[in-house]
Ligand binder design. Structure first.
Ligand SMILES: O=C(O)CCC(=O)C(=O)O
Ligand SMILES: [Fe+2]
Length: 304
């Protein structure tokens, strides 16, 4: 008697998604992020992320271990932050954002653009939510670029901007003392301004984004101080137009994943003294690339 080999059939995927706006965001259900993902679901999720930039997964209830395991299925993780310590020794990749701590995220920003290789994307989990408020908003920097007029798009395509994290994190770095965090394979012991293209070409989709943010972008290279300030302020105001933005009102357990190469975000500080705790991991990213070579010689050459 011969025995037929057992065939392993993958159950049909239950993954569902619903767009949240024309420009950014999708809500994803029918998937349990605490379990290893079947390859088809993993590919589907990445493709949804590239299309919608922000994916909201309601009601997941991960812990730090399963958050790390989920994220690792898509790429290598960075340490928690170049400056801010990890949540604990067992989770060097996890940064906890606790409203009772010192850091606020109520300024539009793209994560960690003050380094050569900002994170590719982030996975954020709501651990504790306030009784009201504490929403997070994300802006599509691709929609922001696309909705600029053609002459402005052409004018900024070849520009380069200087990014500096010291305004936000200098005090935290000083308080950390000599116990510097590792980032990109070396100790992060000082803020060195870096330059990135003002318009970033997405390495996977080829689409252009307006890659400046009010938190870390301090000037545009080669412009006078007045020109730089005026142009940056106009671009910053443009990024957060409501048409470019999706907003999420958190319930504990929710997970949101974003593509940090083409979005910026803002955490609403409107919950008084209530306690709000989030945990985040980020994927290792690459060096941002613009549509054409920089028009101005760099005063902040890239470090090797
Ligand atoms: O607390 C939030 O909603 C967002 C915090 C933030 O900026 C981040 O996780 O990168
Ligand atoms: Fe952030």
């Amino acid at each position: 008697m011969t025995t037929a080999p057992l065939a392993f059939c993958e159950a049909p995927s239950t993954l569902r998604s619903r767009r949240l706006s024309a420009t950014i965001g999708a809500r994803v259900t029918g998937v349990d992020l605490s379990q290893p993902l079947p390859p088809a679901d993993r590919e589907a999720l990445w493709s949804l992320l590239l299309s919608h930039k922000v994916l909201v997964f309601p009601g997941q209830h991960l812990d730090a271990d399963t958050q790390v395991a989920f994220a690792r299925q898509f790429g290598d993780l960075t340490p928690s932050h170049p400056v801010m310590a990890a949540v604990d020794d067992d989770h060097p990749e996890v940064w906890e954002i606790d409203s009772y701590g010192a850091i606020r995220n109520d300024v539009w920003h793209t994560d960690v653009t003050f380094v050569e290789r900002p994170p590719l994307g982030s996975v954020l989990r709501a651990v504790r939510v306030p009784e009201f408020g504490g929403d997070t908003s994300w802006a599509s920097l691709e929609a922001a670029y696309d909705s600029l007029s053609a002459p402005i798009r052409t004018a900024i395509d070849g520009l380069t901007a200087v990014h500096d994290g010291s305004r936000t994190f200098a005090q935290s770095l000083a308080e950390r003392g000599a116990a510097y965090a590792d980032w990109d394979g070396r100790a992060f012991s000082a803020f060195v301004p870096v330059e990135h293209p003002v318009v970033r070409v997405h390495p996977e989709t080829g689409r252009r984004s307006l890659f400046v943010n009010p938190e870390f972008t301090v000037s545009i290279a080669g412009l006078s101080a007045y020109e730089s300030r005026g142009l940056l302020d106009a671009l910053f105001a443009h990024i957060s137009k409501p048409e470019h933005v999706v907003r999420h009102s958190w319930t504990a357990g929710d997970v949101v994943v974003w593509d940090n190469r083409c979005t910026a975000h803002y955490a609403n500080l409107d919950y008084g003294d209530f306690h709000r705790v989030m945990q985040r991991v980020t994927w290792v990213g690459d060096v941002p690339v613009g549509p054409r070579p920089a028009a101005t010689p760099s005063r902040h050459p890239r470090r090797p």
